[in-house]
Ligand binder design. Structure first.
Ligand SMILES: Cc1cc2nc3c(=O)[nH]c(=O)nc-3n(C[C@H](O)[C@H](O)[C@H](O)COP(=O)(O)OP(=O)(O)OC[C@H]3O[C@@H](n4cnc5c(N)ncnc54)[C@H](O)[C@@H]3O)c2cc1C
Length: 455
């Protein structure tokens, strides 16, 4: 007797996180004939694209939203919003009681690496700010219904970092402080104009200069040398001359960014102490370093106080620890990096995307020509000479696709679940969807949960 579509034994895979990586993995699995359940902690599925990529990337964000929608909006994929693994959904239960064919973790890297000065975390909200909540605020604070963290960005902030994301932070500070200074003069300017044209050209329109605004620029401190900044990748096997010219390109990127956004910068500086007044962080003790064999070595007796209205830590994002998932230090511990296999067993657990790379942003695709790495960084930062803008392109998806195909292959070798088992799992899914008010129509849900003034 032939089996109808619904009676066919299938694999059922749960994907945690619905953004760039999760939606691509879900698409690949669905195309292999699997049933896919995508659990997402937020109402909308866009992850870093909505909450981590500053909102001046207008077109890239819009395009990527639609890419993600296209991938998730298909009948084999069951979207379960407002469901956070580790809070609304227990990992051990999902793994041992649901009877799934596999679980794929694609929940990104959302935890800021802890600020490396002892006792600093006690000053979170009292002078210490982490990059992830700051960019989330920047992307959403203009929405009428916004009720997340609030930040009052006075001029002269201290930023600790050195990678692309820390440049985002200094841009946010410089742009916000300039907008506020203009507003005090009765001028309403647009954030996008300042980001695209740079501060000086916009100020010129009002016969103003940065000096005339009389506000302190923010200051970015980096522990190694400019040539070491992780703005673009340099392949380990690059010939010395090539590696050298790629390092010099980093100096150019910094110069261009400083010219356009007018922030201060100091390399070979490392925070070594806190300045505390009335239970508030009012600055840092910062020491000098020397780079020896690629590592920043602290130079003793060089600590000097640096005061500022707040300190922003932008030293990297790491995956959140989840009870039951083995990890070594900041990253999860893998059984097989190729497929992203974390745990084997009846329901194997894989990882993909930023969770797998352990990074909060995306490095250049490994086979890209390295010159492209520099151009990608310049475009991302809005300082490319040809004025071209950043394109999210295919590089994340390419990486994710390779992992996705490998893990879809691994899943396909496992026994399929009987139709009754599939139905049982889908009943659990529908139960959760009912609890969160999701009625099964992906586009209708998005229309309901998207604020009318979301940028
Ligand atoms: C500085 C910077 C540079 C970047 N450069 C590039 C680039 O060069 N190229 C490029 O393509 N992209 C770039 N990006 C964009 C971005 O980081 C990646 O493209 C991509 O968004 C990573 O996708 P992801 O799906 O792995 O992670 P995320 O986008 O972080 O998605 C994870 C999803 O999981 C959800 N989630 C988290 N925890 C849980 C949980 N416990 N339970 C349920 N759901 C959960 C989150 O809400 C989110 O929706 C950059 C971003 C930044 C900030």
């Amino acid at each position: 007797m032939s089996q109808t579509h619904n009676q066919r034994p299938r694999h059922v895979v749960a994907v945690i996180g619905a953004a760039t990586a999760g939606s691509e993995i879900a698409r690949i699995l669905a195309e292999h004939g699997d049933v896919v359940v995508v659990f997402e902690q937020n109402p909308r599925p866009y992850g870093k694209i909505e909450d981590g990529l500053p909102r001046w990337h207008v077109k890239q964000r819009k395009d990527e939203y639609e890419e993600i929608n296209r991938r998730l909006d298909r009948p084999e994929i069951h979207y379960v919003p407002l469901t956070r693994l580790g809070a609304d959904l227990d990992f051990e239960q999902l793994r041992s009681q649901w009877g799934l064919s596999a679980i794929v973790l694609a929940h990104g890297a959302w935890r800021d690496r802890p600020f490396p000065v002892e006792a600093a975390e006690a000053y979170l909200g009292k002078g210490l700010i982490y990059q992830n909540p700051l960019i989330y605020w920047f992307n959403h604070y203009r929405e009428r219904g916004y009720n997340g963290p609030q930040f009052d960005l006075a001029p002269g902030g201290i930023v600790i970092g050195g990678g692309l994301a820390s440049f985002d932070v200094v841009k946010v500070l410089q742009i916000e402080c300039t907008l506020a200074a203009l507003r005090r003069r009765g001028i309403e300017e647009s954030m996008l104009a300042l980001e695209r044209e740079g501060l000086d050209p916009v100020l010129k329109r009002y016969d103003l200069t940065w000096q005339a605004l009389d506000i302190a620029p923010c200051r970015l401190f980096y522990r190694r040398r400019v040539i070491d900044m992780p703005l673009s990748d340099i392949p380990a096997d690059a010939p010395p001359k090539r590696a050298d010219s790629l390092r010099q390109a980093r100096v150019k990127i910094l110069e261009k960014a400083q010219r356009k956004y007018l922030f201060d910068f100091a390399d070979q500086h490392l925070p070594t102490g806190l300045l505390i007044e009335q239970d508030r962080l009012v600055g840092l003790e910062i020491s000098r370093t020397q780079v020896v064999e690629g590592k920043a070595r602290l130079l003793p007796d060089t600590a000097a106080p640096v005061r500022g209205p707040f300190v922003i830590s932008s030293i990297g994002s790491i995956p959140e620890p989840i009870a039951g998932i083995p990890h070594r230090g900041e990253v999860y511990e893998y059984l097989d990096m190729q497929t992203g296999l974390l745990l084997d067993g009846a329901t194997p657990v894989f990882a993909a995307g930023n969770v797998l790379t352990g990074k909060g942003n995306i490095k250049d695709s490994l086979d890209n020509a390295t010159e492209v790495g520099t151009l990608v960084a310049e475009r991302y930062l809005g300082v490319a000479d040809d004025g071209t803008s950043f394109s999210l392109g295919e590089n994340v998806r390419q990486e994710v696709r390779a992992t996705g195909e490998a893990l879809a292959g691994a899943v396909s070798n496992r026994p399929r679940l009987a139709a009754e088992k599939v139905a049982e799992i889908l009943e659990r899914v529908r139960e959760r969807q009912r609890q969160v008010g999701y009625e099964g129509n992906y586009r209708a849900w998005l229309a309901r949960v998207t604020p009318p003034d979301l940028e």
